[in-house]
Design a protein around this ligand. Structure first.
Ligand code: PGA
Length: 253
């Protein structure tokens, strides 16, 4: 059985007081939730404060990015050991905004995934096509490329520690969500690809999140799909009521 995982990607939002307020509110509102893993991914600057706020709760901490080198002359970067030191369990890697604005490619993303694993962090590897790629019938090709590129050289036992997030770029922050059927079809394709790369048993065990305009109003139908194991939530994770409702998706309430 795959345990559902709902992660909030706060992106470049919230200074510390607002971050603490949201984290404390969530701890309070989600006290009784079991059977769903909840991960908060605040900006680097709020990680420590949020870590303190969620201490002793079932909520986990994640970062939104990391650099693959452990330390050194890399101005402006943050390493895996630094994230571990702050209490992170997860790290988002290869988000489409990193790919688009910071020119991250599969080779760099692959280095980051490997580095994260080597420090005991659990990577959430993001994959997903852009609108023109979907319209050109290339969605699967792009996702295949992101998966095989991002996971190159990752051993079987390491793969079981990775979460995949399927995020069609055209659905991120646009209010447009993939239909549950389209999302499910891509999740199945991802599982098929993982079967080819590893084996069926492993592919069945990997958790695949959907991301892209997930809201209280669409989480239930998305989570009803058999291969959607959770969500990576951007905008709606910034609001206490919205995120709490998303965590309490129908099958879980
Ligand atoms: P969104 O972002 O929920 O605001 O569309 C999702 C993401 O980028 O992870």
């Amino acid at each position: 059985m795959r345990k559902p995982i709902i992660a909030g990607n706060w992106k470049m939002n919230k200074i510390r007081p607002a971050a603490v307020e949201l984290a404390q509110g969530l701890v309070d509102r989600l006290k009784d939730v079991s059977g769903v893993e909840v991960v908060l991914c605040p900006p680097f600057t709020a990680l420590r404060e949020v870590a303190k706020s969620i201490e002793g709760s079932s909520l986990a901490l994640g970062a939104q990015n990391m650099y693959h080198q452990p330390s050194g002359a890399y101005t402006g970067e943050v390493s895996g050991p630094m994230l571990v030191d702050l209490g992170c369990k997860y790290v988002i890697i290869g988000h489409s905004e990193r790919r688009e604005y910071f020119k991250e490619d599969n080779a760099l993303i692959n280095l980051k995934v490997k580095a994260a694993l080597s420090y005991g962090l659990l990577p959430i590897l993001c994959v997903g096509e852009k609108l023109f790629e979907r319209e050109a019938g290339k969605a699967e090709e792009v996702v295949y490329d992101h998966l095989t590129g991002g996971l190159e050289g990752i051993a079987h036992e390491e793969m079981s520690r990775i979460v995949i997030a399927y995020e069609p770029v055209w659905a991120i922050g646009t209010g447009k969500t993939a239909t549950p059927e389209d999302a499910e079809a891509m999740h199945l394709f991802i599982r098929k690809t993982l079967t080819q790369m590893y084996d069926r048993e492993l592919a069945r065990g990997v958790r695949i999140q959907y991301g892209g305009s997930v809201k209280p109003g669409n989480i239930d139908v998305l989570m009803a799909e058999p291969d959607i194991d959770g969500a990576l939530v951007g905008g709606a994770s910034l609001d206490l009521n919205s995120f709490a409702r998303i965590v309490r998706f129908e099958a879980n309430s």
